[in-house]
Structure formats: C-alpha cells, structure tokens
Write a protein that binds this ligand. Structure first.
Ligand SMILES: Cc1cc2nc3c(=O)[nH]c(=O)nc-3n(C[C@H](O)[C@H](O)[C@H](O)COP(=O)(O)OP(=O)(O)OC[C@H]3O[C@@H](n4cnc5c(N)ncnc54)[C@H](O)[C@@H]3O)c2cc1C
Ligand code: FES
Length: 439
C-alpha cells in the first residue's frame, strides 16, 4: 500500500480546542436550552470537529498476503483514486444502519479485517480511532469495534476483529459472517483520536487488537500529512511473530521517512524465530524508541494487563499527554464511575441527596441518590434499560431526558449532537435534580 498526499489541509490544525478524553456533561432538560450549562456548550463546541478525509490509494490486492491489510477499504476506492471531500465544522451525521460485508481479509491466525459498506451514505464520516457499536441481527448481540481504516471519503470502512475463545460475537464474525451478510452499525463513538488531540509528534503503543484504532490514526496522519514531515513512533507488542498485527504494513511503515516502528515479541513462533527485540515491553524499549516521549501525544491501546504495565513505564520516561482506550473493562461500572469522578472536577451536589426518577411511558418512579447511576437505580427497581459496557462507551443505554439535570461522565458513547437533543447515557450519569426519562 502507498500513502499519498491529501489535497486538503490538515483540518486538525484548524480545529478549536480538543475535548478531554473523558468529558463531563451536565445535560440540561429539554426546553432549558442547549446553552443552559457552560459545560454542555463546551462539549458541543468540542464535538463540532471537522471530519477530515484524504485522497488515497487503496491497494486491496496487497491484503492478499497473509498479515497484510488494505490501507483504505474497498477496491472501488482504489479504482477511482478515492479523492475525498473534507467536511469542515459540524458533526458528522453518523454511521447508523445495516452495513453490508463486502470483504473479509485474514490479518493473523486469529484476526480478520471485515470491510463494510454503508449503502445509504456517500461518505462514512468518522474520526480516526473512533469505534462503532455493531449488532449481529441473528444473535441480537451488540459489541463495540474500532474502525481500522482511516476516513477516506467513501462509504466503505473496515473493522478488525480478534477471535475471543468462547466469545459470542467475535466467533460469529470469524466463523459465520460471509460477504453479502449485513451487520447493524451505530456510531461513530469515542474520543480516542488524534483529531481531538492535534500534535506534531506522536507515540503509539499497541498490542493485539488494540492496534486497530492505532492503525486508523496512523493511516490518517500519513494520508493527510505526507509528503509534509511526520514524526511518528509506533511500538507494537506481540506474543510471537505470528501474532504481529498488520505485519506487512508495519514493515512498509518502517520505511516511511519520519516513522519509527519498533515491534517486539515475547517469544518465537513454532515456524519462525524472532530476530528483533525480545521480551515484554519495558522501560528500555520505550526509552530507546521514544527518548522524547514527553514531547509526544501518546496513544495506548491493548489488553488491560498490557495497559497496566505500560502506564508506569510511560510515566517513567516522562510521557505526559497520554490517551488510553481499553477494549475490556477491568472493573465494575460503579468503580469506574468513581474513578472517573475522582479524575475530574466535582459537580457540587449535597452528599447523600436523593432524587426521584420518573419514567414517562411506564409511569414508574424510582429513587436515586447522587452516588448511584441512573442505570443502577432503574435496574434495582426491576426496570429493564438495555445496556452493554456500563461505562459510557457503547451507547446501548442511550435514553431521552425529558426534564431534570444529570452529571454524565461518559467515555465517548454519545455524540454532542445527541446530547443537544436531550439524549444521555444512564450508565454513567447520576442525578443532579429530579428527572423525567422517556421510557
Ligand atoms: C471501545 C471498544 C472498541 C473495541 N474495538 C475492538 C476491535 O477493534 N477489535 C476487537 O477484536 N475487539 C474490540 N473490542 C472488543 C469487542 O467489543 C468484544 O468485547 C470482543 O470482540 C469480545 O466479544 P465476544 O462477543 O466475542 O465475547 P463475549 O461473548 O462478550 O465474551 C467475552 C469473554 O467472556 C468469555 N465467555 C463468553 N461466554 C462464556 C461462557 N459461557 N462461559 C465462560 N466464559 C465465557 C469469553 O471467553 C471471553 O473471554 C472493543 C471494545 C470496546 C469497548
Ligand atoms: S451501557 Fe454502554 S454506554 Fe451505557
């Protein structure tokens, strides 16, 4: 695959302030006005980022080699040169509907890339690093998957899925999904994106399927900036050489000026002796690859244990602007919410205060104190509100707030446009007043 120059400026450079990777929104009740709280205005402004796309060459054929995957989805994109449009200011309308599987590529022995086409869109707009909530109609199950392609201004995009032994959805996607099948997608969601944290120098640290959003961001940075200089360091950790994700592309990336790729493996594969850096990620690997880590916008994605190991190492080498995304939740929703609260500014409410939550459709009322999420209170009262991540990420619990105010500590599972329309995520919201919810 090749990375070619975009005819467009890097919109990130034109963007106003980026949102914090974990944002706080006080959601005003409908009628109170979107601008009722300063933070909701800030949130809406922060979300009104440009959707940037690039001219690209999409060498679908390159993906034929094991381990290789196309930079941009779709042979069609390659055929027409895929000159994309750049949408400035204003939130994308989203990618919601039944997308058709138009390609499946093997990436490693347990990872595939699925190419999806959203026929109702001319351009699937998202920020690199964002994810979609995917529902498999036959299973009635939803999971989040990061988009692995960069936004290329076409209506195709890719998801890269690791098989989780015993996992319902990943197993289905690996074993049952065929070209022509359809998946319901909803999004894009997430704040883990270079678009929201513009910088000149980047450090990416990834392992396993955590490479998915990282590659989307690297692909987008290269497509937008080249031949202008880039300064990217990518550290990828794999158990064995056969587990290196996007190996052929990483090899090619390593030859791009301004890109440093460090792949290290814990051990040899049965069929291949690893001659590169060995062992688990450590201070030495980090310090050697990115001695200037303190100057780099850093993005880390991988299994929970990996992230836990990397966090102190990054601190040791002086990395300061670090953004993380985890695919697995290592703690209970309440613990996560408490941690998020501790990390963020405190919204003043009387400790121990309790508010009433009314459900307009069912006529049910529950009580909820300020330390309990709306979702927990409704579940305790036996009211079913669909939920999946319980962490403000997937958007499954999205509901409409008819009146009242909540303190919502989401992690990207709702768009500013939806917040402005009175939607909120009960799983990561606590009441600040009596609430009326449309359910
Ligand atoms: C924001 C976000 C982005 C993500 N992006 C990606 C991505 O790009 N690529 C990717 O591959 N994944 C990604 N994920 C993870 C993905 O959403 C799923 O969690 C993952 O695919 C596993 O789903 P599953 O249905 O296959 O497994 P699940 O059915 O949810 O199972 C999860 C675990 O439970 C175990 N389990 C399941 N059933 C049983 C049982 N009966 N008894 C005992 N144990 C059981 C499984 O072995 C597995 O360990 C992302 C997650 C998030 C939150
Ligand atoms: S359950 Fe995932 S956002 Fe609420």
């Amino acid at each position: 695959m090749r990375y070619v120059r975009s005819p467009f400026p890097l919109e990130a450079d034109l963007r106003p302030g980026a949102p914090a990777s974990k944002a706080t929104f006080r959601v005003p009740a409908r009628g109170a006005g979107v601008g009722a709280s300063a933070s909701s205005v800030a949130a809406a402004a922060a979300g009104a980022v440009a959707v940037s796309t690039a001219e690209s060459t999409a060498p679908g054929a390159a993906a034929a080699a094991p381990g290789a995957v196309a930079t941009a989805p779709g042979a069609a994109a390659a055929a027409i040169g895929a000159v994309a449009t750049a949408t400035m200011a204003g939130e994308a309308d989203g990618i919601t509907g039944l997308a058709e599987c138009v390609g499946i590529t093997r990436v490693t022995h347990d990872i595939i890339t699925i190419e999806l086409r959203a026929p109702w869109l001319t351009s699937a707009d998202f920020e690199p690093g964002q994810y979609l909530t995917v529902r498999v109609p036959e299973l009635g199950l939803e999971r989040c998957y990061s988009i692995s392609s960069a936004p290329f201004g076409t209506n195709t995009f890719t998801l890269t899925v690791k098989r989780v032994p015993g996992g319902a959805v990943s197993t289905h996607l690996h074993d049952v999904l065929r070209i022509g099948d359809r998946l319901h997608v909803d999004g894009p969601y997430g704040l883990f994106s270079t678009s929201f944290h513009p910088a000149d120098k980047h450090l990416f640290v990834s392992a396993g399927s955590g490479t998915t959003p990282i590659m989307s961001m690297i692909r987008a940075l290269l497509a937008h900036r080249m031949p202008d200089p880039v300064d990217i360091v990518l550290i990828h950790s794999a158990s064995t050489p056969k587990d290196i994700v996007f190996r052929a592309e990483l090899d090619q990336l390593a030859t791009v000026p301004g890109v440093r790729v460090v792949v290290h493996c814990s051990r040899d594969a049965a069929a291949e002796r690893w001659t590169g850096p060995r062992g688990r990620i450590g201070r030495e690997i980090l310090a050697e690859a990115a001695p200037d880590a303190c100057d780099r916008e850093t993005f880390v994605c991988g299994p929970v244990g990996y992230m836990d190991a990397v966090r102190p190492l990054l601190a040791e080498v002086g990395a300061r602007r670090v953004h993380e995304e985890s695919f697995v939740f290592g703690s209970a929703p309440t613990a996560r919410l408490a941690r998020r609260r501790a990390e963020q500014s405190v919204v003043p409410v009387a400790p121990g205060a309790t508010f009433a939550i009314d459900f307009a459709s069912s006529g049910t009322r529950v009580e909820c104190d300020v330390a309990t999420t709306v979702l927990e209170a409704t579940a305790a009262a036996g009211l079913p509100v669909p939920s999946s991540c319980g962490a403000g990420m997937c958007g499954t619990c999205k509901s409409t707030l008819l009146s009242g105010e909540v303190d919502m500590r989401h992690a990207g599972g709702i768009r500013p446009k939806e917040i402005a329309a009175g939607r909120f995520l009960p799983c990561c919201s606590t009441p600040l007043s009596d609430l009326v919810i449309e359910r």
